[in-house]
Design a protein around this ligand. Structure first.
Ligand SMILES: Cc1cc2nc3c(=O)[nH]c(=O)nc-3n(C[C@H](O)[C@H](O)[C@H](O)COP(=O)(O)O)c2cc1C
Length: 308
């Protein structure tokens, strides 16, 4: 983990995530680059050696001005150099996994075309995605959480930020476990956690439709739908009623192979608030029929949701 936070004494989120990941993952080396190089004089050879020793590289940082803190940019500028990360002999990072993991102060609904930050978070990290491609690394879907700043009396509570930091930590653990142990059950388990983390912030329907098969059968308490258009229609109604920043807790999760498919049974508890101020507390059983395609992608063919 390349940990980049220039003000660690004031950090709640990144400090907690770095400590959490360190305590839960064996064989992780956490390099706190601001502590190592407060004068920004980066030891390039030491950093390159650490990278060569790793299969998975996690970049952990707070989102500052829609980007990474300057110390991490300086680190990339110097460490990802010619004939190391790119160039005719620059294949030293080839095949390693590249995971961006960052904490965002603002809420999810600000990072949409009609929100006050205008752009999706995924769009704001495109330069890093291309950096990974140039270095022949495997760019992973970034892990980030919103609402990670605590301003006493103004925004958030410390407990809420800590809870989100713990959820973020858990997402990193699932991702790394899945990368290290890519059996289908692990891959699906990680995916289910990611899926509900995206429901927590009511992410764009494009994220969900990525994983829904053409013509998939979708059966929600609100009615029956089909395929991508069906999902988008159902989801649009939900988004009209429910505020982002809800909470899905996975109570039980089982995955069983059924011929060429996997049957996923999941019990989820959902806590949310409607725009009219009403609280929502729902306990649902979901049954999914999932395929892992030849190129390793997940496709949902059936998605049945029952309220209990
Ligand atoms: C210099 C600076 C710039 C920031 N820029 C942004 C920003 O562009 N967008 C945003 O949502 N939050 C922004 N924030 C809030 C941080 O993302 C938030 O404080 C951080 O994720 C909390 O992590 P920590 O507790 O580890 O410091 C900024 C904070 C600082 C100090």
């Amino acid at each position: 983990m390349i940990l980049a936070h220039p003000d660690m004494n004031k950090s709640i989120a990144n400090k907690r995530i770095a400590e959490g990941v360190k305590s839960k993952l064996e064989n992780i080396e956490v390099r706190d680059i601001f502590k190592l190089y407060p004068d920004y004089k980066i030891d390039i050879a030491a950093e390159q050696k650490a990278l060569m020793n790793a299969d998975n590289v996690i970049f952990q940082y707070p989102f500052w001005w829609y980007n990474m803190p300057a110390i991490l940019k300086a680190w990339f500028d110097e460490v990802f150099n010619f004939n190391f990360a790119y160039g005719p002999e620059g294949d030293k990072l080839k095949g390693k996994n590249f995971l961006l993991s960052f904490t965002i102060g603002g809420p999810a609904d600000a990072y949409t075309p009609i929100g006050y930050n205008h752009f999706r978070v995924e769009d704001l990290v495109k330069p890093m995605e291309q950096t990974a491609y140039l270095a022949q690394m495997n760019f992973q879907r970034p892990i980030f959480e919103h609402g990670m700043v605590f301003i006493p009396g103004v925004y958030n509570t410390q407990e809420a930020v800590e809870e989100r930091a713990d959820r973020h930590t858990q997402r990193i653990i699932y991702c790394i476990e899945a990368l290290e142990n890519l059996n289908p059950e692990e891959q699906i388990k990680e995916f289910v956690h990611e899926w509900f983390a995206h429901f927590d912030v009511l992410a764009d329907d494009g994220y969900f439709n990525n994983f829904i098969a053409n013509g998939a059968k979708l059966n929600f308490p609100e009615g029956e739908y089909e395929g991508h258009d069906g999902f988008s229609a159902w989801y649009a109604q939900i988004k009209q009623r429910i505020k982002p920043d809800c909470k899905h807790t996975i109570k039980t999760l089982s995955i069983a192979q059924d011929k060429d498919f996997y049957k996923v049974n999941v019990n989820v508890q959902m806590q949310a608030e409607k725009y009219n101020g009403e609280a929502v507390l729902a306990n649902v059983l979901e049954e999914w029929k999932v395929e892992i395609t030849r190129d390793g992608r997940i496709k949902i063919h059936k998605y049945l949701v029952k309220e209990i």
